[in-house]
Design a protein around this ligand. Structure first.
Ligand SMILES: [Zn+2]
Length: 140
């Protein structure tokens, strides 16, 4: 969205108006959809003040697409983890150690919750651990 300060050439009324982009302003002006709220004149011009740009629509859409793409990748990854790993909840660090240190215990892939400190400790002990953001399924 872009905000322009517009001026009416007939009565000098200055008012703010929002447009989705600068070409939108030109289109509306050509179609004579722009008119003064006070005298109804269509001699409306942009004032020379710099437009107040909240965010360029192009940039924002690109951003949203990128975020959506990343989120859908994370969702895929989450699904993969759920299907192939065993959930151990809060006991992640304990389970990871017992698998690592107990040679009789069958090696298995697990996932669960751990603090950054626990993950650091596990890594230092040579226990292969990966962190990744756990995305909420309800989020878009
Ligand atoms: Zn006017």
């Amino acid at each position: 969205m872009i905000k322009y300060k517009l001026i009416c050439k007939d009565c000098n009324n200055i008012f703010d108006s929002w447009f989705s982009n600068s070409t939108d302003y030109e289109k509306l002006k050509k179609k004579k959809y722009l008119n003064c709220h006070i005298c109804d004149s269509q001699k409306i011009e942009k004032t020379l003040m710099a437009p107040n740009v909240l965010n360029s629509s192009d940039f924002k859409n690109k951003d949203i697409d990128k975020i959506k793409e990343i989120k859908s990748k994370l969702r895929e990854f989450k699904k993969f983890i759920k299907n192939n790993f065993k959930y151990v909840g809060e006991n992640f660090a304990y389970e990871a150690r017992s698998i690592h240190y107990d040679p009789k215990k069958k090696k298995k892939a697990i996932y669960g919750k751990a603090s950054f400190k626990e993950i650091e400790d596990l890594k230092q002990e040579g226990i292969n651990t990966e962190e990744f953001p756990w995305i909420d399924d309800k989020e878009n």
